[in-house]
Design a protein around this ligand. Structure first.
Ligand code: ADP
Length: 247
């Protein structure tokens, strides 16, 4: 595909002989929001972990902007411009929201980004930290310990942490999972805002979120691509309907 920033060819992952991802080709157009959907067990999480280097592929290749990323480790993939949102479990409950961003912006040390740094060393990142917090609507919570944030706001913090890497491609793993309607709406607005100038790939179960945000959708089933296309086209596809009913 011309204009594809992220491509996978023949991507496969085998777990003791079981092919969780079974020969996936993926083309994500630059500047698009691309959703990965499919019933439970379809291989979405595994594909996500392959794309971000969290799992090594059994077969196939991955390229970002024409550069081969196959076999790279997660931090190399992130540095190349493909970042995923951090998991809540990686937040430090007693550290402030701003401090999380400052640490992420200060970048990895020999011991990783968790390594303690002096207030003085981190102070020069505070303006940029606040800009990012403003982008995700968390500026008013900058001085609060991260552990005191409500669930939806923790997820917004994860997003800000991913944005601190200024990625070309942002991967969001179920950005609205476990959220009530209000947080879902807020997250949709947030993704709309942060997608400007970026490409977004997201695994998302909520079809109304997919229809609001995604330019293209790849439907996976049993580790393979079942259908790929704009949401308006795939949603009436009988193969997609039966894949979901069979779930
Ligand atoms: P999805 O995210 O679409 O629900 P997953 O990628 O989590 O699907 O899982 C796809 C299939 O691979 C499932 O059948 C799951 O049980 C299996 N699987 C995922 N991870 C592992 C693993 N580490 N070891 C063995 N099987 C796994």
């Amino acid at each position: 595909m011309t204009g594809a920033i992220l491509t996978a060819r023949g991507l496969a992952k085998e777990f003791r002989g079981f092919r969780a991802v079974d020969g996936v080709d993926l083309d994500v157009a630059e500047g698009s929001v691309h959703a990965l959907v499919g019933p439970n067990g379809a291989g979405k999480t595994t594909l996500f972990n392959l794309l971000t280097g969290f799992l090594p592929a059994t077969e196939g290749t991955i390229a970002l902007g024409g550069r081969d990323l196959t076999g790279r480790r997660p931090e190399q993939v992130a540095r190349a411009g493909l970042a995923r949102s951090f998991q809540i479990t990686s937040l430090f409950p007693e550290q402030t929201v701003r401090r999380h961003l400052e640490l992420a912006l200060a970048g990895p040390t020999g011991l990783g980004w968790r390594f303690w740094r002096s207030d003085k060393a981190l102070a020069r990142f505070s303006d940029r930290a606040d800009e990012l917090l403003d982008q995700v609507g968390l500026l008013e919570f900058a001085d609060r310990p991260a552990g005191t944030l409500a669930y939806g706001r923790k997820r917004a913090l994860e997003l800000a942490l991913a944005l601190s890497l200024d990625p070309k491609v942002l991967l969001l793993d179920e950005p609205t999972a476990g959220m009530g309607t209000e947080d879902v709406d807020r997250t949709v607005e947030l993704v709309r805002r942060v997608r400007e100038g970026r490409t977004v790939v997201m695994v998302e179960h909520n079809m109304s979120v997919v229809s609001s945000l995604a330019d293209r959708v790849t439907v996976l089933q049993s580790g393979r691509v079942l259908v790929e296309g704009p949401y308006a086209e795939i949603r009436h596809d009988p193969r997609v309907i039966s894949a979901y009913l069979g779930d």
